[in-house]
Design a binder for this molecule. Structure first.
Ligand code: ACO
Length: 319
């Protein structure tokens, strides 16, 4: 028994917000600074009151339509998010309620920007075990809610969005190899070190980051985990048709491609249009490249995530 992606969908809230729009809103920055350091030109920001489960719902409906399934057909719903609607219930349960599914296993995965790769790996293992047959895996984020708009070093980097895939049991693989890792000793270099207790926010509720430490860590582990999943599948980088790394920063994508000796024309890039949408970035990029015809059935696609925790992982699949 294997698992295979049978439908993809994504959703971006509102209109694109340019770097110039951010400067117009009073952030001391410029299009030149942001583009030269990150490659980001636009991002989308959710409206006030628009939540991760709302974005997840729109992306999921598109993925279900692409797979030709109804929500009631699902027996597993996994939502990767670090910006859940509530402390509880999980965003997966809220999504399940909005979709009108009753009875499926539903839970959130908290692995920050690696969340989608974690979720897809978990769904693959559930399906291969024989316990489940039709999974929905979603990355959905409203990072705009946890940004300190007075911290120009972080607030210009992120955006909101959601991407979803339907994964079904199949006789031929689909997912060829996967690996997920974490090293909690690196937690201070990217975190939101606050919580809620006794009716108040305790600590700092905003995203904090040591950008240069994150950069170095990301490039190293994205290179290592790519090699790990390729070794598992007994393939090499020359067999990979498309690389989709987590879309954090164009310089991280370029450095990763170089490390893997891959040309940038085999790397799907959306960071210019979406910014960093954390757990949503990989399925958003996958959806775009499938819909515009670059990724065709049978292509070898390598997905790679890295994020706060620190967490990282890779999934190699035959689309
Ligand atoms: N606009 C204008 N100037 C800025 C801005 C801004 N938005 N942000 C910072 N600056 C200034 C700083 O104040 C500093 O000025 P100073 O020299 O007068 O003190 C100068 O630019 C350089 O700042 P640095 O932080 O040293 O800039 P750096 O070259 O390290 O670039 C960046 C920062 C883009 C964040 C880089 O470190 C990076 O790309 N890191 C990777 C982090 C990343 O992508 N994180 C995403 C989340 S993690 C993940 O998804 C895995």
């Amino acid at each position: 028994m294997f698992s295979r992606i049978t439908g993809i969908g994504s959703f971006l809230p509102g209109a694109a917000v340019s770097n110039g729009d951010l400067a117009d809103r009073g952030i001391e920055t410029s299009d030149e600074w942001i583009v030269s350091r990150t490659g980001i030109r636009f991002r989308h920001l959710a409206a006030s009151g628009e939540t991760a489960s709302d974005l997840a719902l729109a992306a999921s409906r598109r993925a279900l339509a692409a797979a030709g399934l109804e929500a009631s057909d699902l027996d597993l719903i996994i939502v990767a998010t670090s910006t859940p609607d509530f402390i509880f219930p999980s965003t997966a349960c809220l999504l399940q309620g909005k979709l009108g599914n009753q009875g499926a296993t539903a839970f959130d995965v908290q692995a920050v920007c690696s969340g989608f790769v974690y979720g897809l790996t978990i769904a693959d293992k559930f399906i291969r075990s024989g316990s489940h047959r039709r999974a929905l895996v979603v990355g959905a984020e409203v990072f705009s809610r946890i940004l300190d708009w007075k911290d120009r070093g972080t607030c210009v980097l992120f955006g909101d969005g959601a991407g979803a895939v339907v994964v079904e049991a199949a006789e031929q693989p689909g997912i060829l190899a996967s690996a997920i890792h974490a090293d909690g000793t690196y937690n201070p270099i990217l975190c939101v070190p606050g919580t809620v207790a006794g009716g108040a926010v305790i600590g700092d509720p905003f995203l904090r980051m040591d950008g240069q430490a994150v950069f170095k860590f990301a490039v190293r582990v994205l290179g290592e985990v790519a090699q790990e999943v390729l070794d598992q599948a007994r393939l090499t980088t020359s067999d990979v048709d498309w690389l989709i790394p987590h879309q954090a920063n164009i310089r991280i994508l370029q450095a990763t491609a170089k490390r893997l000796s891959m040309d940038m024309d085999r790397v799907i890039t959306t960071v210019d249009r979406h910014g960093n949408t954390s757990a949503a970035s990989i399925p958003l990029a996958l959806d775009l490249a499938v819909r515009d015809g670059r990724i065709q059935r049978g292509a070898h696609v390598l997905l790679e995530g890295v994020g706060g925790g620190f967490t990282w992982g890779g999934v190699l699949l035959r689309y």
